[in-house]
Design a binder for this molecule. Structure first.
Ligand SMILES: [Zn+2]
Length: 269
């Protein structure tokens, strides 16, 4: 592996981190959740109650991983530091296809946030990709400026029903102030229970909708700088990544923070 400007610990240390993260140190059976019944040899663990073997990664999204722990760690560093996939492939001596595959997996494994935004939010639509290549998609977005939490989804069109359904799913209807531009699809949202105010962007009114404009420019910058080009089918996970990078940048401070947010032992998976 080439020299990279970040520290990659030994395999032993990485595995100790993962053991701590998943089991708080003591091997725990992923099926029954018990530690007391586990017997283990060098690598494999076995639960006496469930009569089944398991490993450190079985029942997590790292199950069956073909990378070494140090390769994974290095690739995660590249992802956290926003290396484009080709630079990550170069830094880790992996193929570009492998680097892209793992990047997509990292994006997918960021958990969906289901809390409804409230109190004061700004909503808007953004366009990603080039229309002439057929790769353009529309995203609906809403941000809660007090916390910087964002919800972003690919939507099929900007019709009233579509945007209202998006708001209804992601924004609490109890005493929430919603700022939007003057797009007519938002005209009736006060009937859904929201307090609503609009700003006319073409007249240069830009005060309350600045936060969502910041989200779009952040997302577009990220798309250009990190991915150069991304097929539209990857937009949903890309928008998930943006939600996390925008509101929780600490998740991407190092590989351990990222794994703390994403790695869980899921029984029977
Ligand atoms: Zn068990």
């Amino acid at each position: 592996m080439k020299n990279v400007p970040f520290f990659v610990p030994s395999e032993k240390i990485i595995k100790a981190h993962i053991r701590q993260l998943l089991w708080q140190g003591r091997p725990k059976c992923p099926r029954c959740g018990k530690s007391s019944s586990v017997r283990h040899s060098e690598r494999r663990y076995r639960c006496r109650l469930c009569r089944r073997p398991f490993s450190l990664t079985s029942h997590t999204w790292l199950s069956g991983m073909k990378l070494s722990w140090r390769q994974l760690w290095k690739l995660l560093w590249c992802f956290c530091r926003k290396y484009p996939p080709d630079k990550a492939a170069e830094a880790t001596n992996l193929s570009l296809v492998t680097a892209r595959h793992w990047y997509a997996l990292f994006r997918c494994k960021l958990p969906e946030r289901s809390r409804q935004l409230e109190f004061l939010v700004c909503a808007d639509e953004g366009y990603f990709g080039k229309h002439k290549t057929g790769n353009q998609r529309i995203a609906a977005g809403v941000v809660e400026p007090l916390t910087n939490e964002v919800r972003l989804r690919v939507i099929p069109n900007t019709e009233q029903g579509t945007l209202e359904a998006f708001l209804y799913q992601h924004v609490s209807t109890r005493e929430t102030m919603v700022y939007t531009d003057s797009h007519p699809s938002y005209n009736d949202i006060q009937f859904m229970g929201y307090a609503h105010d609009t700003e006319n962007h073409s007249r240069g009114q830009l005060k309350h909708t600045v936060p969502i404009e910041r989200v779009w420019s952040f997302a577009k910058w990220q798309l250009r700088r990190m991915y150069h080009h991304l097929w539209a089918k990857h937009y949903p996970e890309f928008l998930r990544e943006i939600e996390w990078r925008f509101s929780s940048p600490e998740t991407f401070e190092n590989p351990l923070n990222f794994l703390t947010q994403t790695l869980r032992s899921v029984p029977n998976a």
